[in-house]
Design a protein around this ligand. Sequence first.
Ligand code: GTP
Ligand code: MG
Length: 360
Amino acid sequence: FEGMALVELAKRSGKSVSSVRDVLVNVGEKVESEFETLSIDLVELVAMEIGLNVKRLHSSEGAEILPRPAVVTVMGHVDHGKTSLLDALRQTSVAAKEAGGITQHVGAFVVAMPSGASITFLDTPGHAAFSAMRARGAAVTDIVVLVVAADDGVMPQTLEAMSHAKAANVPMVVAINKCDKPGANSERVKLQLASEGLLLEEMGGDVQVVEISATKKTGLDKLEEALLLQAEMMDLKSRIDGPAQAYVVEARLDKGRGPLATAIVKSGTLVSGQYVVVGSEWGRIRAVRDMVGKLTERATPAMPIEIEGLRGLPMAGDDIVVVDSEERARMLSAGRKRKSEKDRLAKRIQEKAEPVESPE
Ligand code: GTP
Ligand code: MG
């Protein structure tokens, strides 16, 4: 929606017009008429205050919807080679090429394919990050690379990763790693995966399997091709024009530059200078940097960026919403802070009320 009149909001939320008006007055908003259309930001703010969920839908009417790169997360059991794989892939990335092999840690990187297509890898392996993001509603990942060591086979965290991906409805591409090792047995891994219900391509399913060695750097091109094919099948597209909807992948505090957030734009275009609300923090984007650390004016879908100018440190999975003024940014941020504080208290009260089950 594009906004809503106060009466409509009151009706939908089952609250009285005067109580909704009170909320608005509390945040310093004067409402001349109850039929006046409130902006999306205000509707969200009010909704938050009265405990209503609103989903932002930017009007995509007439907006250009274009293909975009896939965003990929690597998951797998401890020591199966997630970090090694990301390192190897990063060396084939645009950043590595442009920076002459020296890459800073930015939380995500882009690999450009000879065909001109590209793939964005989130440089945050681990189920914790994936679940945290999903729990916060951030569906940033399009495809999961499930790394399984050929000498070790399917292990508890392999299964955990599989169930995370399944729950999030994110397709997987299997990378059987360490194929260079003497004890490697990729056929065994395939059988194990199949017996866990994974429908592998060579057995008539649609899950692609690629045999690789992250340390010897073999099969990486095959893996990239498989990911590209998977992405093509998914027909990933995003709105390019208009205000960005983005997600934080990682955030850190830099001594000189303040809070920095690695983010991925989901739709629209993020422009330097815009006011944003990020989770419950806010700021004005002072600088947008691409993966090589180069300043850029704008960021389009699936492009990993680092933004500077936030007033506080956001969390992985936080959404980034563009607002039109500092007041709105402050207001929305304050509203969200109040909301999360309320939720936190409510949760604590609930936890106290629920007696802890004693083991039999
Ligand atoms: P955690 O982050 O601890 O869960 O591990 P990880 O999955 O990131 O594994 P990591 O990349 O750290 O690799 C674990 C060990 O396996 C390291 O000693 C790597 O050198 C080794 N390793 C990773 N990939 C390969 C491979 O393809 N072949 C061989 N021979 N060793 C590998
Ligand atoms: Mg690791």
